[in-house]
Design a protein around this ligand. Structure first.
Ligand SMILES: Nc1nc2c(ncn2[C@@H]2O[C@H](COP(=O)(O)OP(=O)(O)OP(=O)(O)O)[C@@H](O)[C@H]2O)c(=O)[nH]1
Ligand SMILES: [Mg+2]
Length: 428
């Protein structure tokens, strides 16, 4: 029976292809192919060849014209490749046509991204969401598996053979699985929501680190919080949101959340699937958009992030843009380009720590703007609490009066609770 689960990892040698319609698309296609190469090698597959192929128009059968198609097939065979990977989205029927002609596995960028996500997913929710995305991806492609079966049985072109009936059965099973997975996701998400609400009972300002994959979000989280969240030089190192509490140099406590990175041409079903995972980011007070300044495509990467954020409904949030990895970028050109794109650009290196003091100040400034200032009257004999307010960095003003010290402050957490009793003095 056809089971949608891990694809057997029998393939070892990949042939990467990107199809473009205009010559002007070539350089972007090349950069996307490099990214695809990185994703594919993360899966342990060797890249033998990568080509950008230009076509006058797209052909429904094989995406490209017959001449080019045959030429490429020969090349795939002579190079002994066992998988062809398209950077373009290909339809289930194009996939089938290529597989039948080449006798090797044919997949596209979406499937590669789904595979990488499947490998990295660690929490129950992430695994369920990846499973859902893969099931949905497989639904229109079931025919492919059964065509192979028919061929193996020597069926060839059948009218309504065993395979055909089996497809319907399996599709129904798959739909049931999809529905079941969706139900499980709702359950897990409800549990997560409850624990988030609990965490937020004592309101602390929250910031979410968002950005393109490999930009350095986890490294920045570690640098700001002194934590050891996994940061690695591979795409999609982080899949599950991780939150850390940290105290800023001024004494204020904040919660920082690391999130999954974005990528160009992110499969749409993954954007949907990860909506819940990114909810932490969506409910946070501010977003810190981390950009890898040393990447030649940083502008496109920024654009992708902003696009996905608006798809998720987060475009209205206050965003602090941070250009990271300045230690790798020796040129001033990128900085100039960054300044054009972003009026209030922050330049940092999460590795060397350069720019972090400035970033701390910016974060403090943001938080102060958001926090509600309250007035308290502290009796003289309780003066020690004022030193605590000062130490936690939330003192705005103080005025000594006959009855006590009149304080304007924006306290958080425990201190806010303790100060409550001094807040109602006007009514007394
Ligand atoms: N030279 C240099 N490397 C950095 C800097 N910040 C991060 N890196 C490196 O960049 C790579 C990616 O860093 P991560 O922090 O894992 O990136 P991320 O944005 O969390 O990536 P995903 O979780 O995949 O979305 C790692 O090898 C880091 O060591 C920096 O300021 N300078
Ligand atoms: Mg990360």
């Amino acid at each position: 029976m056809f089971e949608v689960k891990e694809k057997p990892r029998l393939v070892e040698r990949a042939y990467l292809l990107s199809v473009i319609l205009r010559e002007t698309e070539r350089s972007e296609a090349e950069s996307l192919l490099n990214e695809l190469e990185e994703l594919v090698s993360n899966l342990g597959i060797e890249i033998v060849c990568k080509h950008v192929v230009r076509t006058r128009k797209t052909f429904p059968g094989h995406l490209i014209g017959k001449g080019k198609f045959e030429q490429l097939l020969k090349d795939v065979q002579s190079q002994n490749c066992d998988v062809i990977i398209f950077d373009n989205e290909i339809s289930p029927s194009q996939q089938r046509n290529w597989e039948e002609a080449s006798n090797v596995l044919v997949i596209d960028r979406h499937e590669v991204i789904l595979d990488v996500f499947a490998e990295r997913a660690q929490t129950k929710e992430a695994s369920l969401q990846v499973r859902l995305a893969r099931l949905e991806y497989s639904l229109p492609r079931m025919r492919r598996a059964w065509t192979h079966l028919d061929r193996q049985r020597g069926g060839g072109v059948t009218q309504r053979g065993e395979g055909e009936a089996q497809i319907e059965l399996d599709q129904r099973m798959l739909r049931d699985k999809i529905a079941k997975t969706k139900r499980e996701i709702v359950q897990v998400a409800t549990r997560r929501e409850t624990s988030r609400k609990k965490r937020h009972r004592i309101p602390l300002p929250t910031l979410a680190l968002v950005g393109y994959t490999n930009a350095g979000k986890s490294t920045l989280l570690n640098a700001l919080c002194g934590s050891t969240v996994l940061a690695a030089n591979k795409l999609f190192a982080t899949l599950d949101p991780t939150s850390r509490k940290t105290v800023l140099p001024c004494g204020k406590t904040i919660i920082l959340t690391d999130t999954v990175g974005f990528i160009r041409k992110l499969p749409h079903r993954l954007v949907d699937a990860f909506r819940a995972t990114l909810e932490e980011a969506l409910v946070s007070d501010f977003l810190v958009h981390v950009v890898d300044l040393s990447n030649p495509d940083f502008e496109e990467q920024m654009e992708t992030t902003i696009e996905v954020l608006s798809e998720l409904g987060a475009q209205e949030k206050t965003i602090l843009t941070v250009f990271n990895k300045i230690d790798l970028d020796g040129t001033t050109t990128n900085r100039m380009r960054a300044n054009v794109l972003c009026e209030d650009a922050n330049f940092i290196s999460s590795h060397t720590g350069k720019g972090l003091i400035n970033l701390h100040q910016k974060i403090e400034f943001l938080i102060e703007g958001k926090m509600e200032t309250k007035r308290f009257l502290i009796p003289h004999r309780h003066y020690s609490i004022i030193s605590r307010i000062r130490k936690e960095g939330c003192l705005k003003s103080e005025e000594v009066t006959e009855v006590g010290i009149l304080v304007e402050a924006f306290p958080q957490g425990k201190l806010a609770k303790e100060l409550k009793k001094y807040a109602n003095y006007e009514k007394k």
